[in-house]
Design a protein around this ligand. Sequence first.
Ligand code: ADP
Ligand code: MG
Length: 520
Amino acid sequence: MKFNWEYTFSLFLDPNLWKAAGLVVVLSVLAWVISNVAGIGLALMKESRSRLLSTVARGYVWLFRSLPLLVLLVFAYNIPQVFPATSVVLGSSFSSALIALVLSESAYMAEIHRGGLMSVSIEQREAARALGLPYGKVQLHIVVPQAFRIALPALGNEFVSIVKLTSLASVISLQEILLVGQQLYTQNFMVLETLLSVAVFYVMLVTVFDQLRALLERKLDVNRRRPALQSEPECIERRVARGRERRAHSGEKLVHAQGVTKSFHGNQVLKGVDVDVHAGEVVVVIGPSGSGKTTLVRTLNHLEPADGGVIEVNGQLLGHRYNAQGRIEALSDKDISLQRRNVGMVFQRFNLFPHKTVLENVTLAPVQLRRMSGTEAENFGMDLLAKVGMSAHAKKYPHQLSGGQQQRVAIARALAMKPSVMLFDEPTSALDPELVQEVLSVIADLAREGITMVIVTHEMKLARDVADWVVFMEDGAVGQQGPPESLFGANADPRIKRFVQTVSDAPIITETPAVAGLMP
Ligand code: ADP
Ligand code: MG
C-alpha cells in the first residue's frame, strides 16, 4: 500500500478540520485563562494564614492532581444522566471538556503560581505594606504581577499540555481535531495519512501559541526595556544650605513609644524602649549592630508588632484599640493599613517595585489609597520626584537607576502618602560611598522643610548636623538620648565615644552647634 501524500495535503483544505482546530483553540485558551485565575486563587489560599483556606486548597490540589483527565472528562460528561439539573452546565461535550480541563489544570497551575509567589521577596511585600496597602492590594499590584512574570515559562508549558490534552475529549464526542480525523479514516482507512495531517495541525497550533508566549514574556520583561530618552540632564537640585533652627525636644508628640518590648524566639531584642518624636523633629538612632535599631523602627509602623509597651502615632494607639469594655483589642489588617499611611518607611535596600516605572512607584499609593485621578497623581508624583532630583528619570524602571537614585525614588514614594512621620532604616548603608551624599542631601532638605523623621544611621555627620535628638541604642535598650551636642560633645559618654570611633574616621568631638556643615 502506498502512502497517499495527495490525500494528506488535501486535508489541510478540509473545513471540518479547520473548524475542529478553531474549537481546540477556543477550548484551550478558555481553559488556560480560567485555570490561571483559579490557580492564583488556590495558590494564595494555600499560602494564606487561614488554616481552613489552606487546607481546602491543599485538598483540592491533592485530589485533582491525582485524578486522570480522562476520568474527569467521562465523569463530567455523564453526571447529567444521574443529576439532570446539572445539564445546564454540563449539557454539551464542550462545556464538560472545559470544566474537566479547568478542574485538573487549576491544580497544576496552583503549584506553578505558588512557586512564583514564593519567589517574590518578603521585602517587596513589606515595602507595599509600609505604604499602607491592605493585603488584597499588596497581592494584586505587587506580588501577583511579579509572580506571574516568573511563572510565565511554566504557564506557557501548561498551555501546550492543554492543547494536546483536548484530544482526550474525543472520548466524549467533542468534535476536536483527533475525533474529526478518526471519523475520516474509519470511512476511507487512510489512517496514517489522516493522522499525519492531524499531527501537523497540533504542531501548528502549539507553534503559533509558543510564539505568542515568547512575545508576552518579552513584553513583561522590564529588564529588556530601554530607558526613555532623557530630555533633561541628570541633576539633583542642591539648594544653598540654609541653617535650620534646632527643634526643642518638646511640643506635639507625633510618635510616643513607651516600654516597647519585642522578642524573637525567646531572644529579647527590645527591652523596654522609650522614645518620643515631636512634630518637625529629626530623631537619629545610632548604636552597634544588633542593638535593636531596625526592630525598633519596624515596630513604629507595625511591620513588626511589639510584644509589650505602648506605641502611639498621632495620638492613636498603633495596631490596637480600646473596645467598648475598655479592653485593648488588636486591629484588623485593614485598620492597621490605614494607620500605616501616617508613617512613611524608607528601607536600607530601597525595595522599589521592579515591574513599575519610577513614577508608578511613587503614584501607586496615592492612586490606590487616596483615590487620586491619573493626571492629578502624575502631577503630584512629578512634584515629589522633583523634590528628590529625580524628575528626569520618571519613565525609567528601577533597574536602570543607580543605588542612590533608587533610594531617592524610595524617599519620594514614602512621601507620597503625606505621612506624619518618615522612618529611615540605614538609608545609605547599601550605597557605594560616592552615592551616599546625594541621599543625605535629600534627607537634609526634608529636615529643613520641617518633615518629622526617625533615621537609623551609621552616618555620624547626619547625626551631628541634622539631628535634633539622638538616641543611642545598646543591647535592646536606649543607652542614652539627648541633643547631639550633649551626646557627641566633649563630655560624651565613653561608650558613645567608642562607638562613634568604630563607625567613622571623623573626629568625634564637635563644639559647634550642629546645623551647618553637611551640605555642600
Ligand atoms: P540592628 O538594626 O540594631 O542591627 P536588629 O533590630 O536588626 O538590630 O536586630 C536586633 C537583634 O534581633 C539581632 O540579634 C537580630 O538577630 C534579632 N532579630 C531581628 N529580627 C529578627 C527576626 N525576624 N527573627 C529573629 N531574630 C531577629
Ligand atoms: Mg539594622
